[in-house]
Write a protein that binds this ligand. Structure first.
Ligand SMILES: [Zn+2]
Length: 345
């Protein structure tokens, strides 16, 4: 089968497109003939590699995907050959206390599809039955591939972890990312007021178009945190901040929160270490909350809103599988607003 994979770590030019064997499924898995995959920042980290990461090469990347079920294992009961599906990229053991109590993303062996197991940038990918979800008739394969990782992440972090409420003021750093565009829509769905930041005029317009109430250009306005605090909150501070940027923004986030405010952290794209003023945390009695991926219930909740058109993934650009290097470079340079997808077949 045609596949995009790496044989070595390094930069995006390590990505190859070639022929690999079709994966063999277990009795509890389904084999999907892929239509589309969608890019995520984990691709960039995986291509680069990190200390302790040992992949058996060649390794197929890709955490999001959609397609048609080609084959089902003997023990599969809820999915049939020919079903159109999207997938939950969160993989867990299914047997431990966390998995059995519905907290799959606390599982000791929790991982993301494409991280340790072959992903979706290939003609046929396999996935456990419980990770496949049927698409409504006529639902687009493009949107089905673009939605899962970004929306399940944003849903859990705002609804479950931050417990976002109507009329609260939410700041989402970096409007262009997949999780951020999903978070803007989900925050609006819960009736919150959304402030977001971005680096160019075009993205400012797009952020407004999907519902952001205030968009700040942090490049044009290096003092943007002051503008947010003094002008947009009248020195009251922010209720909930979504910070997946990390190193560059975390100290600013702590300063901008109001007393009792909540900081939710689903990632750290600019780096994992930074210096913070701990006094901010106890003086203002802040809550700092981590969030990663979602459980199966949250995945299905948010996908139903996507399927009903209440939440609509923003697709920025479509590449062919053969153009995977260009696609990864586009993502790496943060040129996108929303999701970058690849057409596989
Ligand atoms: Zn488990």
């Amino acid at each position: 089968m045609k596949a995009a994979f790496i044989k070595n770590h390094g930069s995006s030019d390590q990505l190859l497109v070639g022929d690999l064997e079709v994966p063999k499924i277990k009795t509890t898995e389904v084999l999907v003939k892929a239509k589309y995959g969608a890019l995520n920042h984990i691709d960039v980290f995986l291509i680069k590699g990190w200390p302790g990461l040992k992949l058996s090469m060649p390794h197929v990347l890709g955490s999001d995907g959609s397609g048609i079920v080609k084959e089902v294992g003997a023990a599969v009961t809820t999915i049939r050959e020919g079903d159109k599906v999207a997938i939950n990229p969160g993989l867990s053991c299914g047997k431990c206390e966390y998995c059995l109590s519905g907290n799959q993303n606390f599982c000791k062996i929790f991982s993301i599809l494409g991280e340790h197991k072959w992903g979706t940038y290939c003609e046929y990918f396999k996935i456990p039955e419980e990770n496949a979800i049927q698409l409504p008739t006529n639902f687009s394969y493009e949107l089905a591939a673009a939605a899962p990782l970004a929306y399940l992440t944003a849903w859990r972090l705002l609804k479950t972890q931050a417990k976002i409420k109507k009329d609260e003021l939410v700041l989402i750093h970096g409007a262009g990312g997949g999780v951020s565009t999903a978070a803007i829509q989900i925050a609006k769905y819960f009736g919150a007021k959304v402030i977001t930041t971005t680096s160019d005029q075009e993205k400012m317009k797009k952020a407004k178009a999907i519902g952001a109430d205030h968009v700040i250009n942090y490049k044009a306005n290096p003092n943007y945190s002051k503008t947010i605090y003094s002008e947009l909150t009248q020195k009251r501070g922010i209720d909930v901040i979504v910070d997946s940027v990390g190193k560059l923004t975390l100290p600013i986030s702590l300063r901008l929160l109001k007393p009792g405010g909540r900081l939710v952290i689903p990632g750290a794209t600019t780096g994992p270490t930074t210096e913070i003023d701990i006094r901010q945390i106890f003086w203002k009695q802040l809550k700092i909350i981590g969030s990663t991926m979602s459980n199966q219930k949250e995945f299905r909740e948010v996908m139903n809103l996507v399927f009903n058109g209440v939440l609509r993934p923003v697709i920025d650009k479509k590449f062919q599988l053969e153009e995977i290097i260009d696609a990864e470079n586009y993502l790496n340079e943060s040129k996108q607003f929303g999701k970058v997808i690849v057409e596989i077949s």
